[in-house]
Design a protein around this ligand. Structure first.
Ligand code: FAD
Length: 491
């Protein structure tokens, strides 16, 4: 057991924990992030969501969701430029697929105005069809929000966390927080199976498990309900069927089933919304996927149904009671700050929540001294696929590994994979490489490139292939050589 010192410990490295870490790394502080999974954004809501940077008309006025959505979206262009993260501010459309749904668009327009969302307008069917030629021809109109967009949620999170590390924060992966020591009403220590960290401040950014972290310090006034959302991802050839995220008119519990391009060029449909009990259940279901198809077909009847490449599910972090973000200190324990229950629009709200948590820490007594050496700019791994022919020649001349394609579907080279493995938060498993390079994200879904990525990981980490995992822990691909296993079995 190792003992460390920190000014602040952040529990959880989803988008919220990562954004807070980066914000705090602007200051002379000893910041530690603890994540139970083997990668940042590897565990909770951040790794599987729709990736919309919401304009802010959906949340009820007066809620924290509405406030931090509208504040958060303002950071995106500058933040993504600094962090070398792809962002497309292409606007969103809420589509009324029948005349009687137009009334609800007026409600959303008024709500948006009340929340302070600029430039919202209701457009008629002709303009809608010009903007979206594949939309349901019966659509009567749409609410257009030009100040919204799309981003890669885990790409952003990795970039935020890497930039925090480049500025001095420490991220410890595969470290599940199991205890928080409180003495005389004050946070003293955070405990994982391998670490004891002495600290006066803990930020609870544990997403789906934020209620369990709160209970470690005796806060028992909320619990988290996982709400599952299932998706279909379509081949990149169909990414251009939609030019904007297309929402239906929302329901009581969700913004409805979208048809949306992703920032990486795929087409995505989903999510449905189903409350469940198991916080680890990200399975997809026949009924759920049917619901997603029906919803998406109402918006876009000519969806190429045979061209999807994968289904997946994400879990929303719904806080009960309240159904809102839980932000700030608690009266009973000094030094314990919640950034808990962050459901949608949490991705959009993340940069604003990070600033709020920093200000809260200051109010609670943390000394914040700006660090003039803070570097806001982080560079991602140059992607061979997006290079011009001249850039490709130069990249290969500098590093011949750029000339060896590993993932044929997404045109990812060995050089990119090696750089991911040696990046500021090293990718030490296959999913972590995928999230950083897109190797394995294409049509064959890693069927061809997994063995090659395993060989590169094994070589670069200096470990046998039997130790290479999909996502850390016991998720190994191979158990040993067949010959050895047979001999073992025969005794
Ligand atoms: C289906 C779906 C669609 C969504 N769509 C959008 C959208 O389009 N736009 C938008 O703005 N928002 C969207 N959201 C919401 C957004 O994804 C979340 O609000 C956001 O990702 C929450 O981030 P987080 O860091 O709080 O939680 P998480 O991403 O869940 O991160 C929490 C982290 O804490 C770790 N952790 C938990 N317990 C411990 C422990 N004991 N010790 C150490 N680490 C621990 C977890 O492993 C995890 O990595 C969507 C969410 C879902 C599920």
């Amino acid at each position: 057991m190792q003992t460390l010192e920190a000014d602040v410990v952040i529990v959880g490295a989803g988008v919220i924990g990562a954004a807070i870490a980066r914000e705090l790394s602007r200051h002379h502080l000893n910041v530690v992030v603890l994540e139970k999974e083997a990668d940042v954004s590897g565990g909770g809501s951040t790794k599987a969501n729709t990736g919309i940077v919401h304009a802010g008309f959906d949340a009820q006025p007066g809620t924290l969701k509405a406030k931090f959505n509208v504040l958060g979206v303002k950071y995106f262009e500058e933040m993504c430029a600094e962090l070398d993260v792809s962002l497309k501010m292409n606007g969103t459309l809420v589509v009324a697929t029948a005349k009687d749904k137009m009334e609800h668009l007026e409600v959303l327009l008024e709500r948006g105005k009340e929340n302070g969302v600029p430039d919202l307008e209701i457009i008629g069917p002709r303009r809608l069809l010009e903007m979206e030629p594949h939309i349901n021809p019966k659509a009567a109109g749409a609410l257009y929000a030009p100040g919204a967009g799309i981003v890669c949620p885990y790409g952003l999170t990795i970039a935020l966390a890497e930039n925090a590390v480049e500025n001095g924060a420490r991220v410890f992966l595969s470290q599940r927080v199991t205890d928080i020591v409180v003495r005389d009403g004050q946070v003293r220590q955070v405990v994982t199976p391998e670490l004891r960290i002495n600290t006066p401040f803990v930020v609870n950014a544990a997403g789906l498990h934020s209620d369990e972290i709160a209970r470690l310090v005796g806060q028992d006034d909320f619990h988290i309900i996982p709400r599952k959302g299932e998706y279909y991802l379509f081949d990149k050839r169909f990414g251009k069927l939609a030019n904007h995220p297309l929402f239906p008119v929302p329901t009581e519990v969700s913004k409805g089933i979208l048809v949306t391009p992703t920032v990486d060029g795929n087409l995505l449909i989903g999510p449905n919304a189903q409350n469940i009990e198991d916080k680890d259940d990200t399975s997809t279901t026949v009924d759920g996927l049917d619901e997603v198809l029906r919803g998406a077909l109402d918006t876009m009847p000519d969806l190429p149904l045979r061209e999807w490449i994968i289904n997946f599910a994400g879990l929303r972090t719904v806080a009960s009671p309240g159904n809102d973000f839980i932000l700030g200190p608690i009266p009973s324990v000094k030094g314990f700050i919640n950034a808990a229950g962050i459901q949608s629009p949490g991705l959009t709200a993340a940069p604003a929540i990070a600033v709020f948590i920093k200000d809260t820490l200051r109010e609670e007594g943390l000394e914040l001294k700006a660090k003039p050496s803070f570097k806001p700019v982080r560079r991602g791994i140059p992607q061979f696929e997006n290079m011009s022919p001249q850039e490709r020649r130069e990249a290969i001349a500098q590093d011949p590994a750029y000339g060896r394609i590993v993932c044929r579907c997404e045109t990812v080279t060995e050089a990119e994979i090696v750089r991911a493995i040696h990046s500021p938060i090293p990718a030490t498993n296959i999913d972590a490489i995928k999230r950083r390079t897109r190797a394995g994200m294409g049509r064959c879904q890693a069927g061809f490139c997994t063995p090659r990525m395993m060989a590169i990981l094994s070589r670069e980490l200096g470990v046998p292939q039997e130790e290479i995992t999909k996502k850390g822990g016991s998720s190994r691909y191979v158990l040993g050589q067949t010959k050895d296993l047979l001999l073992e079995k025969q005794g």
